[in-house]
Design a binder for this molecule. Structure first.
Ligand code: NOJ
Length: 553
């Protein structure tokens, strides 16, 4: 790393901001965000107070899944710029004290990757064994891919199929092959040698597949079954993950943030314990509360705030028992938090701040997804042609196949689409929100003339939140204190104490659209943050307004 960090757990002190490069800032007015665009906005990020940037994939890619389909791990996609642009961005960011994390996508590549092209061209090429090919006239089993349809795609002109857990243009790498693994490790080390601070690691729990490749009973009208049961966090994955860490990350003082869906709480210590595979992981147990499964959006739940609160508490307690968590309420795969967690009619700037305070001071490293700090809401689209995201298109058609009407299907997709968070960042109230001078690759949300970064009370609140965590008298407690959840609160109110030696600070959040009366054991002392200025809690008994949060001691 350029700005050398000496402590082992330096990443516990960070506030990480996630950039979706296609939608952050367009410097060359082609309607697509780029690396120089990110560089132009470094002062904004510095002023916000964040310390680390996680940039979603910027590598050469046909962009079927917006860069999560990599054709060359070591090239920068021309849409985003050049390696020289990346080097400038890295140098300028480091100059400002901002570290950079890249997205490591090593479960699969693009079908345009040279390895896959060689594998297709010649069945005797060594690259056949870099992927998962199975000979036969029929598909080897009934597994459904995450983006719909069978995981098996026929090789043209051969009685042979290859496996893809995601889209058919994202063939899975064969981690059983030691030569492939060594190529991946060398690539990772070259990036780390360049001076990046670490990685967010994509879909890493999918790298081990059950070697029996056995079918399971179908779970949909398509006769298929979710491949997760046989490809996600399967026995034997520990061998690959330990080796990955030993051959790469462990040699550097870098941070690793695992995207680790499908890991039960009793296995968290293997992932994030003292000798865990990663520095921290994202836990999805409460992020996906509105759907039964993150890939079947037509299976919606009728969740309650009480359930949300319980899931959040379980998650935090499991993270604390095992190690360290990566706390988030939004990312490029999720709807906007204000739309998901706050009832219609209550989706105000104050509520966005209330939900922000609720998660930001949990124990762990806070992640902020671009636009979250502005209080953005979901986009409303009327036709499936308005979507870019492959899983939105798949979920629309699968919903109809499952018997829902086109209107119902559109509603599911609007609620869950990954394009909700991928709309261009509104920097101001000018045309296209100042993101670009031409029409952007994906329509802006309608709210941008009103909700943008040039004047925004949610943004002001995020600045205060970050300053309190990073540079205030209570920073040590907020960064490193333990977490204890408060009992004796109404079902709809979440409360926690952060404790360090004899110091304690508290966060209370009303998660509901009703006013909630709270009675505390002790009187409120100093209030550090209050998201609803018209209602200042005091004493032991007070009322919280809908979605109000307070941080106090
Ligand atoms: C998880 C990423 O967050 C998502 O955007 C992507 O589509 C899949 N992994 C496949 O790489």
């Amino acid at each position: 790393m350029n700005n050398v960090e000496t402590t082992k757990d330096w990443w516990k002190e960070e506030v990480i901001y996630q950039v979706y490069p296609k939608s952050f800032n367009d410097s060359n007015d082609d309607g697509i965000g780029d690396l120089q665009g990110i560089r132009e906005k470094l002062p904004y990020l510095k002023d916000l107070g964040i310390t680390t940037l996680w940039i979603c994939p910027i590598f050469t890619s046909p962009m079927v899944d917006n860069g999560y389909d990599i054709a060359d791990f070591e090239g920068i996609d021309p849409q985003f710029g050049t390696m020289a642009d990346f080097d400038e961005l890295l140098a300028d960011a480091n100059q400002l004290g901002i570290k950079i994390l890249l997205d490591l996508v090593i479960n699969h590549t693009s079908d345009e990757h040279q390895w896959f092209q060689e594998a297709l061209k010649d069945k005797h090429s060594k690259y056949r064994d870099y992927y998962i090919f199975k000979e036969g006239k029929e598909r080897p089993n009934n597994w459904r891919s995450i983006f719909g349809g069978s995981v098996w795609e026929k090789v043209p002109g051969e009685d042979c199929y290859y496996l893809h857990v995601f889209d058919k243009r994202q063939p899975d790498l064969n981690w059983e092959n030691p030569e492939l693994r060594q190529e991946i490790y060398a690539m990772i080390n070259r990036w780390l040698d360049k001076g990046i601070a670490g990685f967010r690691i994509d879909s890493i729990t999918f790298i081990k597949k059950d070697q029996d490749y056995a079918s399971l009973p179908a779970d949909g009208v398509d006769g298929l079954v979710s491949c997760k049961h046989k490809t996600r966090n399967r026995p034997g994955i520990e061998i690959f993950l330990n080796e990955l860490k030993r051959e790469t990350f462990e040699k550097y003082n870098c941070v690793t943030v695992g995207e680790a869906p499908g890991v039960p709480y009793d296995e968290f210590s293997q992932f994030i314990g003292e000798d865990g595979y990663f520095s921290m992981i994202f836990d999805f147990h409460y992020a996906d509360i509105d759907v039964e499964s993150g890939s079947d959006w037509f299976k919606r739940t009728n969740w309650t705030t009480k359930e949300f609160k319980e899931l959040l508490i379980n998650s935090q307690e499991a993270l604390q028992a095992a190690g360290w968590g990566a706390n988030f309420i939004e990312n490029h795969d999720q709807p906007r938090a204000l739309s998901k967690l706050v009832k219609e009619g209550f989706q105000t700037a104050e509520a966005a701040a209330g939900i922000g305070v609720m998660y930001f001071f949990l124990r762990g490293t806070p992640f902020i997804y671009q636009g979250q700090e502005l209080g953005m809401v979901n986009a409303q689209r009327e036709q499936i042609s308005q979507f870019d995201d492959i899983s939105s298109i798949d979920n629309y058609h699968r919903s109809i196949q499952e018997g829902f009407s086109p209107e119902e299907a559109m509603n599911f997709v609007n609620l869950r689409s990954r394009d909700n968070s991928r709309t261009p960042m509104p920097w101001n109230n000018q045309q296209f929100g100042g993101f670009s001078k031409v029409a952007p690759w994906l329509e802006m949300t309608e709210e941008y003339p009103r909700v943008h970064a040039s004047e925004n009370s949610v943004l002001d609140m995020y600045k205060q939140m970050i300053a309190l965590r990073q540079h205030s008298a209570i920073s040590p407690i907020l960064k490193t204190g333990s977490i204890r959840f408060l009992t004796d609160l109404p079902d709809n109110v979440l409360g926690y104490a952060r404790e360090l030696e004899n110091d304690t600070v508290y966060v209370l959040t009303n998660l509901s659209p009703e006013e909630e009366a709270v009675t505390l054991a002790d009187e409120i002392g100093e209030i550090y943050l209050n998201t609803h200025a018209i209602n200042e809690p005091a004493g032991k008994e007070f009322t919280l307004l809908p979605y109000q949060s307070v941080l106090f001691n």
